[in-house]
Design a protein around this ligand. Structure first.
Ligand SMILES: CC(C)(COP(=O)(O)OP(=O)(O)OC[C@H]1O[C@@H](n2cnc3c(N)ncnc32)[C@H](O)[C@@H]1OP(=O)(O)O)[C@@H](O)C(=O)NCCC(=O)NCCS
Length: 228
């Protein structure tokens, strides 16, 4: 049986959790790219591009070149968007994990350790939405190293977050994940989360077919008065 333990974040974990997070996010780029190319809307747009360039230039090859350029541009956009997201996280909450997550009674950060190395991570904090803030906590930054997937580590990390929220009297845990994070969707649904709708999206994410899903897990038992 694969063995690991869950413990609270310590300062010595700083570099590892940042790397773990960045790798976990950037690994979705190929899946996101494939997801875009499977979209009927995008396929139609590429076809229209081909027909227009072919008609305007009179050359098949130029039509094909335009489509190839569009495919490269889409890939670069996917990489740029993902990298910007990772950079933003690394320069905000993950620039000061202790300060962000370990100084308030309603936030926390755990890591999973196996063979003396940190191989998984998760955080919890109050959600940004004031309506949710009163009753729920938000699970964030879930990631498990590729070599340690399928061990049940993410389920144990999730359980830690749910227990933490329940013991503090919150009625639910919420989170966001994306259409291409299928293992994450499966994990959260197995843990009792249900999809409660799409999260807000920007024009760029709509163009790139990048739907964000909002999930919620209602906690059993009467929620105590929401902590102030
Ligand atoms: C999400 C993550 C933490 C899950 O880790 P894990 O639980 O060890 O991963 P598993 O391989 O056990 O997968 C979890 C579930 O998804 C399923 N799954 C994995 N890959 C899948 C795929 N490509 N398609 C469908 N289901 C998949 C597994 O079968 C498992 O379901 P099961 O328990 O019912 O069999 C891990 O995939 C990860 O770190 N991903 C990168 C970062 C990320 O996406 N984080 C989520 C942020 S919201």
């Amino acid at each position: 049986m694969a063995s690991y333990r869950i413990r609270q974040y310590q300062d010595k974990d700083f570099d590892t959790v940042r790397t773990l997070f960045a790798r976990g996010m950037l690994e979705h780029c190929p899946a996101w790219y494939r997801h875009i190319l499977r979209s009927a809307r995008v396929q139609l747009q590429l076809l229209v591009l081909f027909v227009l360039v072919r008609a305007a230039s009179g050359f098949w090859l130029l039509g094909l070149g335009a489509v190839a350029l569009a495919l490269v541009a889409i890939w670069l956009l996917v990489r740029a968007y993902s990298t910007a997201y990772v950079r933003q996280a690394l320069s905000t909450d993950l620039a000061d994990v202790r300060g962000t997550y370990l100084r308030s009674p309603h936030s926390c950060f755990w890591v999973a350790e196996a063979g003396g190395a940190v191989v998984g991570m998760v955080a919890v904090e109050p959600p940004e939405d004031p309506a949710e803030r009163a009753v729920a906590l938000e699970l964030k930054r879930m990631s498990v190293s590729r070599e340690h997937r399928g061990w049940g580590i993410s389920g144990a990390l999730c359980g830690e977050v749910l227990r933490f929220a329940r013991t503090r009297g919150f009625g639910a845990v919420v989170l966001s994940t994306s259409v291409v994070q299928v293992a994450a969707q499966r994990l959260y649904e197995n843990q009792g989360f249900r999809r409660v709708g799409p999260a807000s999206s920007s024009l760029l994410t709509s163009l790139l077919c990048f739907q964000i899903f909002r999930y919620r897990c209602d906690l059993p038992g009467p929620a105590a008065a929401p902590p102030r």
